[in-house]
Write a protein that binds this ligand. Structure first.
Ligand code: C2E
Ligand code: CA
Ligand code: CA
Length: 771
């Protein structure tokens, strides 16, 4: 048991601690992974689709923005061109005028009386229509009266000037006032003479109006500044004029408009007179390279966007499926890692993590909890007799009964084999624990239907209350194990709650077991075999001996085998001890080849593989006839007769080794063994012999002996302590007897001394006092 305990503790210690998030996995969610997964799947797809679509929208937005920007820049450029063209047009008119207005001949000809109109046509009038595309020319005398007019290439009535007189007043005044003065900074830098220009409306038509004084180029004609004849040029800014702009500067559809049509997205620049009065607008269809590009690529772009969205959605779906597969396999791996595959309960790893978490939560709070170790009492027998499928079925049913016996907040886990563990959560009191444990014991005591066979098991439970009796997992496990051990040794199918005295007992067991291990190593000094003589009841001759082990503990003195055999069985030391006993007894037995030698065999030994072969080999090695050997087995071992024990005993009997049923009558259903099981002898337990002399005791002894005899089985009575008992057993027909009345156990030397007399069956020897 200490073995098991140590193994368990070390397993506890080596197990990697789980992270808290692994511990808090919600059980209800674990059982519905598809719900979480489809949620995560949908979320994943939505997120990736949103990201994809947002990217596309962003790309489109950037394209539209940059198109818009390039359109804006283009519009600004067009406006700059328009403004430049306007100012250059004004300059051009003034410049053209200067080709004739700075000329001595012109001064003289415009002052002559009468005017040489033909000359004026050729040099100052119609000539400008042909040469500079000036629509109208007017010449004014020093008092601003028109003396000449040219309209559309033809000389006309100077009175026509009246149509623009009002519009030209400010320009004329300007020229008159500045004439003869140095150039002002407002003058156009390239000009040779003063002049003034304006944009005006003439008969509803916008026009450039430019006024130049007609001055001497040689300076030889004296003129009074401000009294020169004036040359007035008019260029109409109508469709024809602006049409040229379209061609030259790319201002498409350039034209004059009184008000621009903003809805039609026309570009425009205002036409302002010198006094900033609004004449109208120059409008044109703006060049929009961005919009053009967009409108050209829009269908392709739209199609591309649709394809991209489809692609993203398809990709997201695929990705989502992959993710879901991954989640599913992770969830499955997690489930496998933390669950027992057979019962579906949490496994040891998860249980330990939960136990750690429960422990850390319980500190600092008044709440306590209980740790339960549940061990099935007869699981191995069921597994061996009905097979593994039945064993599996049993474990599943146990798991389900345990789950239904506890509250939802409690935990039940399968630690392995037939070991189950539970955590009963706080607040918990011993009355509640008693109630739950009794319920568990009783539900597991109910019959199990295993593949049509009604089977009964039972359960033993060890309980420890935490954190009162343990601050860490391994400490609690050790104490729950101690309590479980106690429950089993008190007769199974019960629960025991740990208390500190049990710990002392366990400590004692551990020390004792360690000492026993030492004794086996130091066998020649500490261990001894003594022989209890067995006599024929009828003749009183010694027929055999029963070998009994003695341990002389260096400190405790003689220790009863009743005590240490149990520890040897629990710790597994019985295997080494048993081997030593066999070989020792076989070496002694050569000294009395005519006596039967009985050796006690523990079920643990008899269950060993190749047990029968080993015995036969040792018999052979010691040159002992198998008929001389009798093995004493208790009922508990025979109950297991379908397993390895049965096979070993059968093989031994086949080789003439005899089998005796020891301590007969102490166990249950004993009589059936006499009938069903092949044993050569029964040894009536001392307790029956003690009760002889009472009517009930006598009747029982009589019944057992009769039953054995009628089944042709030899009977030996154990623990015969008085002549009366011996005489009574003889009368009942008991074959053999042993006990202090006949002889106490003897050493080899004592036995050799006594043997010769007893072998004859002398009555005097029977009167020896008990040792
Ligand atoms: P057991 O097989 O029933 O052995 C008989 C026990 O009764 C022995 O006790 C013996 O000393 C004692 N005894 C004999 N005559 C009398 C009597 O008249 N009155 C009383 N009160 N007792 C009597 P022991 O040697 O203390 O052994 C106790 C038990 O330990 C044995 O019971 C047997 O089960 C076990 N045991 C002893 N030696 C061995 C061994 O070598 N191997 C195994 N596996 N078990 C052993
Ligand atoms: Ca015995
Ligand atoms: Ca016995």
């Amino acid at each position: 048991m200490l073995h098991v305990l140590r193994r368990r503790v070390s397993r506890c210690l080596t197990l990697k601690a789980l992270s808290p998030d692994q511990i808090t996995i919600d059980e209800s969610d674990r059982h519905q992974p598809s719900k979480i997964l489809s949620h995560q799947y949908r979320r994943g797809i939505t997120v990736s689709t949103i990201v994809g679509v947002a990217t596309i929208i962003l790309v489109i937005a950037i394209m539209i923005w940059s198109a818009h920007e390039s359109d804006r820049i283009s519009r600004e450029r067009d406006a700059d061109i328009a403004a430049t063209v306007l100012s250059q047009s004004i300059e051009r008119v003034a410049h053209a005028q200067e080709s004739s207005t700075i000329w001595d001949d012109a001064v003289l000809k415009t002052a002559a009386q009468p005017l040489d109109l033909d000359w004026i046509d050729l040099n100052l009038g119609t000539w400008f229509w042909d040469y500079a595309a000036i629509d109208e020319v007017y010449i004014l005398d020093p008092s601003n009266l028109p003396i000449y007019a040219m309209q559309q290439g033809r000389r006309t009535n100077p009175a026509n000037y009246m149509a623009l007189r009002a519009q030209s007043v400010s320009a004329i005044e300007n020229v008159r006032n500045t004439s003869g003065k140095p150039h002002s900074k407002n003058d156009m830098p390239v000009m040779l003479s003063h002049g003034a220009s304006d944009i005006v409306t003439i008969n509803g038509r916008p026009a450039i109006l430019s006024v130049k004084p007609i001055v001497s180029d040689s300076g030889e004609i004296s003129q009074i500044p401000g009294s020169e004849a004036l040359h007035v040029g008019v260029v109409y800014l109508d469709r024809g004029y602006f049409g040229q702009l379209s061609d030259q500067y790319g201002l498409h559809g350039a034209r004059y408009k009184r008000t621009p049509n903003l809805a039609a997205k026309e570009a425009h620049v205002p036409l302002l007179g010198v006094n900033q009065e609004l004449i109208g607008y120059l409008v044109w269809r703006p060049f929009a390279p961005g919009a053009d590009v967009i409108s050209t690529i829009a269908p392709a772009l739209g199609l591309g966007a649709i394809l991209a969205v489809c692609f993203i959605v398809a990709l997201s779906l695929r990705l989502g499926r992959r993710t879901m597969d991954l989640y599913a396999s992770r969830a499955q791996a997690e489930h496998i890692a933390f669950h027992d595959q057979l019962t579906g309960l949490p496994n040891r790893a998860q249980f330990e993590a939960v136990l750690d978490a429960t422990l850390s939560q319980s500190f600092g709070r008044s709440g306590s909890f209980a740790l339960l170790f549940v061990d099935l009492d007869r699981f191995k027998i069921i597994n061996d007799t009905l097979g593994h499928p039945a064993g599996d079925l049993l474990l599943k049913e146990v798991a389900s009964r345990l789950t239904s016996a506890i509250r939802a907040s409690d935990i039940v886990a399968r630690l392995g084999g037939d070991e189950f563990a539970l955590i009963l959560k706080s607040p918990i009191g011993s009355a509640i624990i008693d109630g739950i444990c009794s319920r568990i014991v009783s539900v597991l005591a109910e019959p199990f239907d295993l593949l049509g066979v009604q089977s009964y098991i039972g359960a033993s439970i060890g309980v420890v209350i935490a954190p009162q009796y343990g601050a860490d997992r391994s400490e609690l496990a050790r104490k729950a194990d101690i309590a479980l051990y106690r429950a089993k040794s008190e007769g199974r199918s019960r629960h025991v709650i740990f208390n500190p005295q049990m710990d002392q007992a366990a400590q004692f067991r551990e020390n004792f077991t360690r000492d026993l291990g030492g004794a086996i190593v130091d066998c020649e000094n500490q261990l001894q075999i003594v022989y209890l003589p067995i006599f024929c009841a009828a003749t009183c001759a010694m027929t055999g001996v029963e070998a009994l082990i003695r341990w002389n503990h260096p400190e405790r003195g003689n220790v009863s085998p009743d005590t240490f055999i149990k520890f040897a069985e629990e710790s597994g030391l019985i295997e080494d001890l048993g081997d030593w006993i066999f070989r020792k007894v076989f070496s002694d037995a050569k000294l009395w080849p005519d006596l039967r030698i009985a050796i006690n065999v523990s079920p643990v030994q008899a269950r060993q593989k190749h047990f029968s072969e080993r015995i036969m080999r040792w018999l052979k090695d010691a040159d002992i006839n198998p008929k001389q050997l009798e093995l004493e087995i208790t009922e508990t071992a025979l109950m297991d007769s379908n397993s390895e024990i049965g096979a070993n005993l059968k093989a031994l009997r086949a080789n003439n080794v005899r089998i005796a049923l020891d301590d007969f009558g102490v166990g249950f259903s004993s009589l059936s063994y006499i009938r069903d099981i092949a044993v050569d002898r029964i040894k009536i337990d001392r307790s029956f012999v003690v009760s002889s002399g009472t009517s009930k005791g006598d009747a029982l002894l009589e019944a057992i002996i009769k039953l054995a005899r009628s089944n042709n089985i030899d009977v030996t009575a154990e623990g015969v302590e008085s002549q009366e008992q011996f005489e009574f057993l003889r009368r009942l027909g008991c074959h053999e007897a042993q006990g202090y009345y006949l002889s106490s156990p003897l050493s080899v030397a004592e036995l050799l001394r006594a043997q010769s007399g007893w072998a004859t069956g002398s009555h005097e020897l029977l009167k020896r006092p008990a040792a």
